[in-house]
Design a protein around this ligand. Structure first.
Ligand code: FAD
Ligand code: NAD
Length: 480
């Protein structure tokens, strides 16, 4: 038995490393346990998000978006002599460099804030004892006043498409494809399927996405899903709905036959690579000793309340390993909330205002409830919609696809949801989240001065449109 800590965090993803830094900033003696090591045996910090998730995928999306813009530079009168080409290996190397810089930065932040890094597999025992098992099998047990479990998630695998080196890939393998496949199959038209499908479609790959559900993007507002489906079709993303993968076969070690069934019966496609992106599941294997006292729910998530407390006093769990959306910003905010609670501060998180973004082009972003959810609840609502085609800055940027849709309560005028399809929807949605966090009314947004010309003016106009008073669109109502 050695040191005792005020807080031991297990897992150094965006939930865990943020919780550890915040706890240390609050004066708590803090350690963070991480099991992931690189080929030199050094701890890999940043979890899924920094290493094989948010950051590398956005690096590839940005590179291929720039490539697309270069190919279409002539709309601005720019003549790029000859064919524009992409050096895919250089693109992947750039992505790896960004990942390396960011993950290395976390080690620096740990040092600067006095967080002790414990390298190895963390296991929680009864009495808030944390055993850290090193790669060589040796183990050390530490006492903690408080433990934060932040073990994250891993991809779901499906029996009809077992992962096969270089051919059938999960999200990690998908980020390391280093030459443009001629044909790519993706199982799952969710966030990863659409983002990775877009990366390769922009480089000329024929992309076929098989989605088991009948509805496209069922979690999104129907207007967003409909507009997105229309746009993706134009971008050569062939999304097949009600299509369930039933089996795969490797042909001559270099192609994959993907068998699937839809309403018309059994079908198959042949692709050069297949990405399996059918969701993620909590990672709890080896995390909890039998006497830990921590319970899992029926879907395998660590059971917690609104404050992320497990049933064991002083043991908390956050991020992808607990209920709620599997998003990095949700994990980080939970991490900060829990560190604050441990330090004796009042802290809570507003689970009703967590933005979701899909980083295709245009991007899809939303916060709050959809029109369909609100109608199903019987809420009296008013809806304002404004297209980017009528926004001057979007026109200047040659980026006019999509709209802002704002939903407010008919009676109280409070903003209940904002749904955006647009070039920089990911940046705009923060404005909507701030408005909702501060319980804004549509009128508050109508009376806010938005700079001109900005793409953000579409939010102003959508708020005005909710009362039929948009300026740059035909009005529906006479202003009183
Ligand atoms: P993780 O990031 O999974 O980190 C958990 C860490 O705990 C890992 O480092 C793991 O090695 C470690 N660990 C687990 N068990 C133990 C143990 N017993 N002992 C020691 N260490 C342990 N989210 C967004 O918000 N925006 C995006 O753009 C986005 N893009 C994504 C793209 C892809 C391709 C993927 C796969 C995910 C993406 N996500 C995105 C989701 C996001 O990555 C996760 O929601 C986020 O990483 C969850 O953070 P976490 O800290 O809970 O878990
Ligand atoms: P997802 O839940 O977004 O989508 C999975 C899709 O696969 C669903 O549409 C589902 O109906 C479909 N599916 C499931 N089984 C299938 C089958 N057998 N055949 C065909 N389709 C099937 O999951 P994901 O795309 O794997 O992403 C995992 C998680 O990572 C998500 O929860 C997401 O929150 C997170 N993520 C976030 C971002 C972002 O915020 N931009 C990006 C990537 C990933």
């Amino acid at each position: 038995m050695s040191d005792k800590f005020d807080v031991i965090v297990i897992g150094a993803g965006p939930g865990g490393y943020v919780a550890a830094i915040r706890a240390a900033q609050l004066g708590l003696k803090t350690a963070c346990v991480e099991k992931w090591v690189d080929d030199k045996g050094s701890a890999v910090l940043g979890g899924t998000c920094l290493n094989v998730g948010c950051i590398p995928s956005k690096a590839l999306l940005e590179s291929t978006h720039q490539f697309h813009n270069a190919q279409h530079a002539d709309v601005h009168g720019i003549q790029v002599g000859g064919d524009v080409s992409m050096d895919v290996k250089a693109m992947v190397a750039r992505k790896d460099k960004i990942v390396g810089n960011l993950t290395g930065g976390i080690a620096g932040l740990f040092k600067a804030n006095g967080v002790t890094l414990l390298q190895g597999m963390g296991k929680l025992h009864g009495g808030k004892k944390v055993e850290v098992i090193a790669a060589d099998g040796s183990s050390t047990t530490y006492d903690a006043e408080n433990v934060i479990l932040a073990s994250g998630s891993v991809p779901v695998e499906i029996p009809p498409a077992p992962l096969t080196e270089g051919l059938i890939l999960d999200n990690e393998g998908a980020l390391n494809i280093d030459e443009t496949p001629k044909r790519l199959g993706v199982i799952g038209a969710g966030v990863i399927g659409l983002e990775m499908g877009s990366v390769w479609a922009r480089l000329g790959t024929e992309v076929t996405v098989l989605e088991a559900m009948d509805d496209f993007l069922s979690a999104a507002d129907k207007d967003v899903a409909k507009e997105a489906a229309k746009i993706f079709k134009k971008q050569n993303l062939d999304i097949k709905l009600s299509a369930r993968c039933t089996g795969t076969e490797i042909i001559d070690g270099k192609e994959v036959k993907v068998k699937y069934a839809d309403a018309e019966g059994d079908k198959e496609i042949i692709v050069d690579k297949l990405i399996v992106a059918v969701g993620r599941k909590p990672q709890t294997q080896g995390l909890l000793a039998d006497d830990s006292g921590v319970n899992l729910d029926e879907r395998g998530f660590i059971f917690v309340n609104e404050q992320c407390q497990t049933g064991v006093p002083g043991v908390y769990a956050i991020g992808d390993s607990v209920r709620g959306p599997m998003l990095a910003h949700k994990a980080s905010e939970e991490g900060m909330m829990v560190a604050d609670i441990i330090a004796g501060h009042h802290a809570q998180m507003n689970y009703d205002v967590i933005p979701s973004i899909i980083y295709t082009h245009p991007e899809l972003a939303w916060v709050g409830k959809t029109e369909q959810e609100l109608k199903a609840e019987g809420a009296k609502i008013k809806v304002g919609k404004f297209p980017f085609a009528a926004n001057g800055r979007a026109m200047a940027a040659n980026d006019t696809d999509g709209f802002v849709k704002l939903i407010a309560c008919e009676e109280s005028d409070r903003v209940l949801g904002v749904h955006i399809v647009g070039g920089i929807a990911s940046e705009l949605i923060g404005q909507a989240a701030i408005a909702m966090e501060f319980c804004s009314s549509a009128e508050d947004l109508q009376m806010t001065v938005f700079a001109h010309p900005t793409v953000s003016e579409a939010i102003h106009e959508a708020a005005l449109a909710a009362d039929g008073h948009a300026i740059h669109m035909a009005n529906r109502k006479k202003r009183k």
